[in-house]
Design a protein around this ligand. Sequence first.
Ligand code: CO
Length: 134
Amino acid sequence: MIGNLNHIAIAVPNLQEAAEKYRNTLGAQVGKPIDQPDHGVTVVFIDLPNTKIELLHPYGEDSPIENFLKKNVDGGIHHICFEVNDIIGSSKALAADGAKILGSGKPKIGAHGKPVIFLHPKDFNGTLIELQQS
Ligand code: CO
């Protein structure tokens, strides 16, 4: 079912500091901050040769990563995203298998403009998993 690792998302308390660390200390290709009001986050995309890193920072009130940052004051890995060929088929197969899909249970448009679902961390060893239509 799962294919390429599309990205690893890291929640950070200070977006500019984190972006500079990746750019200057780690020498990565770091993009500009992009506000995503629909998702309650500001994102900085970092392109690596084989995958991407997304630095996430809360945007607006009731950001979905607000609580995560309260528990992880230095930041931390928030989720990992795998690509799937058939997001609808994968959703159905996972639901039939008893996996809990967050939200409505139906795919919605994610940060990259493609349909995504999120799987509850309790079912996957404490890791929030995003599946994205490839
Ligand atoms: Co993501």
